[in-house]
Design a protein. Structure first.
Length: 388
């Protein structure tokens, strides 16, 4: 009898352990909420309010709504207090926690010299893309300009200059696989901003935002309204105003999550490559040479991929472009530079010209490239690897 009891008890423990592991193995949907600006970066300024405070207020309210009402969702904040984060740190955190959706919250403004500065109003939601108007470009420039607070921004951001129109060409070549999901979500947010928060609808827009480009998941950036308009500033700093804005984004998220779950369930009966989980969490494989294969001879159809194995050698190159795909060796995007090489780093192909162990010599090459590509910069390699 004792043996039977012990055996039954053991089975119960094993069964309970199995259930526990099954529950633990189920991955929660990870929602990353990014309150724009923070710390020494105040963002746009109103008569008495700072953008960073409005953004954080709405972000925390949104997070609490989701955590309290939507089961199976893990809320991750890039910041939950008044601290400074770089754009790259925000994207890195979202990628590190394997986010399923990224929402960056901001508050809009326009130039102090604008005659309608105190009357402009409305909410907009942005996805990654190429700007189609000067107005869209100016918004992207303002949100990206935070990188100027970093002393080494030119190196860290691969030569990207927020105020250089030419820098934004990199976004033109990005094949953003989450575009459709992001745009659909952005459209739902705009609908809710109008119906729930009674905002003027400034539409779904696209521009080159660094933080959206570097997150490997569906992502949007919302501009709640204009802090430079005293009426909208009062609304955005009020408890009720922030709650309405958070509620609007929350409603859109509930719809997004419902659609996500439906696609997940539907995908269980089809091949994994077409399931929703494959779309949202697994980056599309990029064809690369096998690690143990011998370097192939330089082809004429594409720039040679960096494969140096020069032990103990330090040399320099000029990097002038970074794209998520490989261009042909005679691509017009190189503006006549030849030969061009590239190396792969973090899913991006980074294109270089020239090579020398002499810094003075590469400086001459740099001047040539700089005349064609304003954002070119010199990089250093040691033992065949880039020194960062």
């Amino acid at each position: 009898m004792k043996h039977t009891y012990r055996f039954t008890r053991l089975l119960s423990l094993v069964f309970a352990l199995f259930l526990g592991l099954s529950v633990a193995s189920a991955k929660d949907f990870v929602l990353v909420i990014d309150a724009g600006h923070g710390g020494r970066d105040a963002g746009a300024l109103g008569n008495r309010a700072k953008e960073k405070d409005i953004n954080l207020g709405v972000a925390l309210k949104l997070g609490r709504m989701v955590a309290n009402n939507v089961p199976g969702v893990k809320v991750v904040y890039t910041r939950d207090k008044d601290v400074y984060l770089t754009l790259q740190e925000r994207a890195n955190k979202a990628n590190r926690v394997e986010g399923d959706l990224f929402i960056s919250i901001h508050t809009n403004s326009i130039d102090k010299k604008s005659p309608n500065r105190k009357t402009v109003a409305g909410a907009s939601t942005w996805t990654l893309g190429l700007h189609r108007s000067k107005e869209n470009l100016e918004v992207a420039k303002r949100e990206n300009s935070v990188i100027y607070l970093e002393s080494d921004f030119s190196t860290r951001y691969e030569g990207f200059d927020p105020n250089s129109t030419e820098s934004y060409i990199i976004f033109e070549f990005m094949q953003y696989k989450h575009m459709e999901q992001s745009i659909n979500f952005a459209s739902d947010i705009q609908h809710e901003f109008v119906s729930v928060a009674n905002r003027v609808d400034r539409g779904v827009r696209q521009a080159g935002f660094w933080v959206l480009a570097k997150t490997s998941m569906p992502a949007v950036l919302v501009e709640l309204d204009f802090i430079c308009n005293p009426t909208q500033e009062r609304f955005l700093t009020s408890e009720s105003g922030q709650t309405k804005m958070a509620q609007a984004i929350y409603n859109a998220f509930v719809k997004y999550k419902s659609d996500y779950d439906r696609k997940q369930n539907a995908g269980k009966s089809v091949a994994p490559a077409t399931s929703a989980s494959a779309v949202t969490s697994a980056p599309a494989p990029t064809p690369t040479a096998k690690a143990d294969s011998k370097p192939a001879p330089r082809a004429t159809s594409a720039p040679a991929v960096e494969q140096d194995d020069e032990s103990g050698v330090t040399y320099y190159k000029v990097q002038f472009m970074a794209l998520p795909r490989k261009l042909s060796a005679n691509s017009k995007e190189f503006k006549g530079l030849s030969p061009v090489e590239c190396y792969k780093d973090g899913g991006m192909y980074k294109y270089t010209y020239g090579k020398s162990t002499d810094r003075n010599e590469i400086q001459k090459q740099y001047k040539k490239v700089k005349a064609l590509f304003r954002d070119a910069f010199i990089i250093q390699f040691r033992d065949g690897k880039r020194v960062k």
